[in-house]
Design a protein around this ligand. Structure first.
Ligand code: NAI
Length: 466
């Protein structure tokens, strides 16, 4: 008899898990309390990238004299921009619904609650009880809320609220210089808003290779973004129709006036309302604890994506969903191996990374070799105005296995795919060197950075050994 799978949560973890379960012959049900597609499709990856697309075109045209684009009559139509973003989201969410239907997945609208292992209660317009051999929890994450005086003032928004502003703000203060903070900084600066980023730590983008973060900070600073690092938000107040953020910078107090204050200080796993603790699912510091197959301490109950807090990225959630379902249904238990997860930041220039950073290699005591290729030596990067970027490859020193690839520059978020596959196949620097890259492409720089590991790049002079 077909196994019965119930998935709670329809984001990129949950809906992908449901489709895979149906492909493997399970009777599959998916419970979603809001919209299919979750944070990623509705208020995360997709809408932000739709806005960034227009912002980058606008900025390129507005500042394009040097590339032969003259005239500055192009204007931002904020309403049209938001409508277009909403239409992209609608089409993709509709697509997910269509895919689930085509695979025979039954979608239940409502909040799913695990009442005991193997039983899920749906609290929707009508109450339903679903029995299940396997339950996949995919309940996602929500923005971390900071508690400061003024947090509830109109104009103080989180990463969801900022996507539905009535008009383009002339000025914006962003609290948090992580991925969300810098992506919105890039977006609004490109649209012409005055942007200030307030970050607690000495540098932006914690966890990202420090050279990449420094390069991006420099590029965004040139576009007018002001960065206050080592700065702590004290309070937000309202005066003369504008917001004022009071920030401590060492012993100094600074007041930053802006129309909008965006708080982007991280996301936390969302597990409330799904009945997890009551049925005995182990949760520590808000995250569902899972084993290597994403199974919780309760047999047959799995937790994937942001709710287990392992890697809060949409593509990691999808991968975990497939791996969990395949394990649960006894299919191809070992084909996934150790997850190698690329990470991308959609700013201009783009950042992309896979594997360990230099800081991590040092902390782990790994002896590594490094090759850096500046994009000033790559024709396509120059054409794309990305010659200030670079590709950095870290390789294990004896056999040259690739340990990490870090890119800042045009199309970085696409090129990282090749590096991810290389690492998945445990490729060496030599194998990247002997791979033919099409010309002219930015991806040629991967081969050049691999050559640079031994100081043998073709399109960059050898560095002089001391
Ligand atoms: P984050 O953890 O990346 O960054 C939060 C930043 O806020 C940190 O730099 C932290 O030091 C700073 N911070 C914390 N408290 C602060 C305070 N009181 N004052 C000033 N700064 C403070 O979190 P973020 O940017 O909110 O992103 C959340 C999650 O969403 C991340 O896991 C991220 O990977 C994911 N995401 C991924 C994207 C992508 O893949 N392109 C895009 C957007 C989000």
């Amino acid at each position: 008899m077909a196994k019965k799978v119930v998935v709670i949560g329809g984001g990129p973890g949950g809906y992908v898990a449901a489709i895979r379960a149906a492909q493997l012959g399970a009777e599959t049900h998916l419970v979603e309390k809001e919209n299919l597609g979750g944070t990623c499709l509705n208020v995360g990856c997709i809408p932000t990238k739709a806005l960034l697309h227009t912002a980058e075109l606008y900025h390129a045209v507005k500042h394009g004299n040097h590339i032969g684009l003259v005239g500055d009559s192009v204007q931002i139509d904020w309403k049209a921009l938001i409508n277009r973003k909403n239409s992209v989201v609608r089409r993709l969410v509709g697509g997910v619904a269509g895919l689930l239907k085509a695979n025979g997945v039954v979608v239940h609208k409502g909040r799913g609650q695990l009442t005991r292992p193997g039983v899920v209660q749906v609290h929707g317009n009508t109450a339903e009880t679903l029995s299940a051999d396997i339950v996949i929890l995919s309940t996602g994450s929500v923005p971390v809320k900071l508690n400061f005086p003024g947090v509830d003032l109109p104009g103080v928004v989180d990463s969801t609220g900022v996507l539905s502003l009535e008009k383009l703000p002339a000025s914006l203060t962003i609290i948090g210089g992580g991925v969300i903070g810098v992506e919105f900084a890039a977006l609004f600066a490109a649209l012409g808003s005055k942007v200030t980023v307030v970050e607690l730590l000495p540098e932006i983008l914690p966890g990202i290779d420090a050279d990449l973060a420094a390069n991006l900070k420099q590029s965004l600073s040139k576009k007018g973004v002001a960065f206050l690092n080592g700065a702590k938000l004290e309070e937000v107040s309202q005066a003369n129709g504008a917001l004022s953020a009071k920030v401590m910078l060492g012993m100094e107090t600074k007041e930053i006036a802006a129309e909008i204050v965006l708080v982007a200080v991280g996301r936390r796993a969302y597990t409330e309302g799904a009945g997890l603790e009551a049925v005995g699912v182990k949760i520590e510091r808000g995250k569902v604890i899972v084993d290597d197959h994403y199974q919780t301490n309760l047999p047959g109950v799995y937790a994937i994506g942001d709710c287990n807090g392992i890697t809060m990225l949409a593509h990691a959630a999808s991968h975990q969903g497939i791996a969990a379902v395949e394990h649960a249904l006894g299919h191809g238990a070992n084909r996934h191996g150790k997850p190698i997860v690329p990470a991308c930041v959609y700013t201009h220039p783009e950042l992309a990374s896979v594997g360990i950073t230099e800081d991590e290699a040092k902390k782990m005591g790994i002896i590594y070799k490094k090759g850096v290729f500046p994009l000033a030596g790559n024709g396509k990067s120059m054409i794309d105005e990305g010659e200030s970027g670079f590709v950095k490859i870290l390789a294990e020193s004896k056999y040259g296995e690739i340990l990490g690839v870090h890119i800042v520059g045009p199309r970085a978020t696409e090129i990282i795919g090749e590096a991810t596959l290389a690492m998945r196949l445990e490729a060496t620097v030599e194998e990247l060197v002997s791979t033919i890259h099409a010309h002219p492409t930015v991806s040629e720089s991967l081969g050049e950075a691999a050559l640079a590991v031994d100081n043998l790049a073709i399109h960059w002079p050898p560095s002089i050994k001391a």
